[in-house]
Design a binder for this molecule. Structure first.
Ligand SMILES: [Zn+2]
Length: 297
């Protein structure tokens, strides 16, 4: 690692904890329509405001032994888990970016993407909700990022895209940026199309909703940020993961709701999409190729 980069992972780890704490605020308050800035943090049950020392990520939860110091209401371990997960992903974002051009910019982009994916996973898990207020801006941010990325680290343009754009001067910078953003738009549309086609097919067969429109926007966002191949890969990994999880969950579901049968079971696909996309940005290329070979043999 270059010398000037050495303190950066620690910096990202620390800020990851703080932004993990902020993620907790957003995931709790947004579904209730509350402001995410006002009022300050308080106990979810007795509403007692937290002192500054009770608001330190992870550490406060440990010092308080996972309980509110006023009413002794247990505080869910998901708070420190989310903070630690954000911190780990932000540190990984730096480590994965050190060998690339403009490492800090790439690390920040990767950290932002991970933060949004974690937030959407949490909301979908708890509320089966992927809000438009997050998914649409994420798609836009992804397109912006592809343009910025192309200007700092131009990737070779795919032959297919070059064939569609014969008149463009693709060697010059504006051409490279245009081609990259166009590729991202196409990947986003492809992502949305995959979910919409499957959703419509499911509706034709079963006459009820399968995948939600939120999943279409989330997969579009993943396409915009990561490109077509990684989007497709995330989708396949997510569907595989969700299928395995569903099979494992059937016995519990039947035990709890024995009168409804397994076909009424609903599963937050968005959680799997978000985690597959995070895995995608940190998985080494050889792993991706191995998986694609296995999937399409
Ligand atoms: Zn309390």
């Amino acid at each position: 690692m270059r010398a000037w980069l050495q303190p950066v992972p620690a910096f990202f780890a620390l800020f990851g904890l703080l932004f993990g704490s902020f993620l907790n605020v957003v995931r709790i308050r947004m579904p209730e329509g509350m402001s995410i800035v006002h009022p300050g943090s308080r106990c979810p049950r007795c509403q007692h405001p937290l002192a500054a020392w009770q608001n330190i990520p992870v550490l406060s939860w440990m010092l308080l032994c996972g309980r509110c110091s006023f009413c002794h209401f247990p505080i869910s371990p998901t708070y420190p888990i989310v903070e630690i997960a954000t911190s780990v992903l932000w540190t990984m974002s730096v480590v994965a970016s050190v060998r690339q051009p403009a490492p800090i910019v790439q690390a920040v982009a990767s950290a932002i993407f991970c933060w949004i994916m974690l937030l959407l996973a949490a909301l979908d898990w708890q509320h089966f909700w992927l809000p438009d207020r997050i998914t649409w801006p994420t798609i836009m941010l992804g397109l912006l990022w592809r343009g910025l990325h192309a200007s700092i680290a131009p990737l070779p343009i795919s032959p297919m895209l070059a064939a569609v754009l014969p008149a463009m001067e693709l060697e010059a910078k504006p051409g490279v940026i245009f081609a990259a953003v166009l590729a991202a738009v196409l990947a986003a549309l492809a992502g949305a199309a995959i979910v919409l086609v499957l959703r419509f097919t499911y509706w034709l067969v079963r006459r009820r909703e399968g995948m939600g429109l939120g999943d279409a926007k989330l997969l579009a966002a993943i396409g915009a940020w990561l490109g077509f191949t990684a989007m497709l890969d995330s989708f396949l990994v997510a569907v595989l993961g969700a299928s395995v999880a569903a099979l494992l969950w059937i016995p519990f579901h039947l035990k709890r709701r024995s009168n409804q049968g397994w076909s009424t079971m609903s599963f937050p696909l968005g959680v799997f999409l978000a985690f597959a996309a995070i895995a995608e940005i940190f998985s080494p290329a050889w792993l991706l190729h191995l998986w694609l070979q296995l999937a399409f043999r």
